[in-house]
Design a protein around this ligand. Structure first.
Ligand SMILES: NC(=O)C1=CN([C@@H]2O[C@H](COP(=O)(O)OP(=O)(O)OC[C@H]3O[C@@H](n4cnc5c(N)ncnc54)[C@H](OP(=O)(O)O)[C@@H]3O)[C@@H](O)[C@H]2O)C=CC1
Ligand SMILES: CCCCCCCCCCCCCCCC(=O)[C@@H](N)CO
Length: 325
């Protein structure tokens, strides 16, 4: 009797799961897409260092025609040389500050129509809001958020007229600190959370042009920028950020490129990031019905896991403050 009801229960569960899967397969939007990069123009900002440089290297090695943009001309030249040495391909370099819309527009016009735009430039100077200079706060918002607006606005007219009319991509570098607020990152997290709103709305606006938006969420990553950040990172920031394992720039570049090529809207980069993305997905679009299924099934339990992380983080903060006294 018990066996029979167990069998019946399993059957009902299987039926419900299958129905959900089939339902999701019909309704998930936008439709799946593949964005090729071979022989296409990939324009990467912050391409002279760290994650951006690794991405430029990888895209060039896969046969893309790569352009990189950053401020410092010497570092751009060095990046160009290192990509030429490792891939045998020439990249175009553009010196501009993303905060200057005129300069961004000029660089993008010179570069020619873009197939894949990667907005990766970013700065991170962690500090508690109370003691951080207002200028530094604005600097982070200007480079990370407003700079991304400048880039997309300048690139869109050309992207709409891209030569092959194949699927285009706008990939935006966020951070796990753009999925959850972390001590010491008030300005940085705000700039990265802002990118999510931008990306969600933008995807609806450009879907008609066959352009696909990806948001990439790396954890701490070994880069020149990260080495700088570490010189002044509050201890608590480092303690909480260590909840997610750190990565190498070329590993992040690989995840980012694969994500944008599959048109994934949310692109996590490591194990913790996978769960973090499901826990914070909200109303983001999802193309994969399998991932949508995982999201639905895991939502409740991941909220519990998320609350456990908060319990742990507030415990760390309490302990740190008590020791300081
Ligand atoms: N490293 C990490 O731990 C993580 C990084 N990220 C994000 O990844 C992205 C890349 O980070 P990472 O590789 O570490 O950074 P790096 O500091 O190593 O490189 C930053 C790049 O952005 C360029 N850049 C900075 N400011 C501007 C500007 N105003 N205009 C144009 N270009 C600019 C830099 O060149 P130049 O100075 O010459 O302008 C450089 O090429 C950032 O958006 C960051 O927030 C996300 C999660 C973790
Ligand atoms: C429910 C499941 C939860 C899973 C675990 C959550 C772990 C969150 C850790 C957040 C780390 C933020 C690092 C930011 C790195 C960064 O951007 C700086 N290095 C500046 O660039």
């Amino acid at each position: 009797m018990a066996d029979l009801s167990l069998a019946f229960f399993s059957l009902v569960l299987l039926f419900l799961s299958l129905s959900l899967l089939i339902f999701l397969a019909f309704i998930v939007r936008p439709h799946t897409v593949k964005v090729p990069i071979k022989n296409r123009h990939v324009f990467i900002t912050g391409g002279s260092s760290g994650i951006g440089l690794a991405l430029a290297q990888l895209a060039a090695s896969e046969g893309a025609q790569v352009s990189i943009l950053a401020r410092n001309t010497i570092r751009l030249e060095e990046a160009k040389e290192s990509i030429r040495l490792s891939t045998g391909r020439d990249v175009a370099i553009f010196s501009a500050d993303v905060r200057d819309y005129g300069a961004v527009k000029k660089a993008i016009e010179e570069a020619g129509p873009i197939d894949v735009l990667v907005c990766n430039q970013g700065i991170f100077v962690p500090q508690e809001l109370e003691t951080q200079d207002i200028e530094e706060i604005k600097f982070m918002i200007d480079v990370n958020l407003t700079g991304t607006f400048h880039l997309i606005k300048a690139a869109l007219p050309g992207m709409k007229n891209r030569a092959d009319r194949g699927p285009g991509s706008i990939a935006i570098m966020s951070s796990q600190a753009g999925q959850v607020g972390i001590y010491g990152y008030t300005a940085y997290s705000a700039s990265k959370f802002g990118l999510k709103g931008l990306a969600e709305a933008l995807q609806q606006e450009v879907i008609g042009e066959n352009i696909h938006v990806s948001l990439i969420f790396p954890p701490d990553t070994e880069t020149p920028g990260f080495a700088e950040e570490n010189k002044r990172r509050p201890q608590l920031t480092s303690i909480l950020a260590a909840s997610s394992g750190s990565m190498q720039a070329d590993e992040v570049a690989k995840k980012a490129l694969n994500g944008l090529k599959s048109g994934d809207f949310i692109v996590p980069c490591n194990f913790e990031g996978f769960f973090l993305s499901i826990a914070t997905t909200g109303l983001s679009p999802q193309r994969s019905f399998r991932m949508a299924f995982v999201e639905v099934i895991a939502a409740g339990i991941l909220r519990v896991v998320g609350l456990c992380f908060q319990w742990n983080w507030y415990g760390s903060i309490e302990k740190f403050l008590a020791e300081k006294k």
